[in-house]
Design a protein around this ligand. Structure first.
Ligand code: SF4
Ligand code: SF4
Length: 126
């Protein structure tokens, strides 16, 4: 199981994590192709050895073990992997800047609507 970089990294890209990774599987680094364009960094799930060093230094707690990624952030498992299995062009087509935020907003709205429906049903049956 790999670790996954999620929402809180967006706009931060502080790069502490890539400096401590013993297998160099966090990219893009400053100066590498795509660094300026990406909204966050990504972990290569096929190279990560699950050591946890990156998680310990991330100042915004953006990194989770794959099995612990919270519900609204699960899309980041695919997004991290896509950065390594797609070309940069394909990646940006699939994950344009702002898409993760929009998907999160939709997820929250859906949860809120479901909670509202459950509360209405509970009130109706009491
Ligand atoms: S340390 Fe955290 S915020 Fe900085 S690049 Fe890594 S995941 Fe992103
Ligand atoms: S868990 Fe270890 S190997 Fe995996 S990305 Fe973090 S620092 Fe690198």
């Amino acid at each position: 199981m790999a670790l996954v970089i999620t929402q809180a990294c967006i706009g931060t890209k502080a790069t502490e994590c890539e400096k401590v990774c013993p297998v160099d599987c966090i990219h893009p680094k400053e100066g590498e192709p795509g660094f300026e364009e990406v909204e966050q960094l990504y972990i290569d799930p096929w190279t990560c050895i699950n050591c946890g060093a990156c998680m310990a230094v991330c100042p915004v707690r953006a990194i989770y073990p794959e099995e612990d990624v919270p519900g609204p952030f699960k899309m980041f498992i695919e997004k991290n992997a896509d950065f390594y299995r797609l070309s940069l062009e394909e990646f940006h087509k699939k994950w344009p800047v702002g898409k993760s935020r929009e998907l999160l907003r939709q997820w929250m709205a859906k949860q809120k609507a479901q909670t509202g429906q459950q509360q209405t049903s509970a009130q109706a049956s009491s």
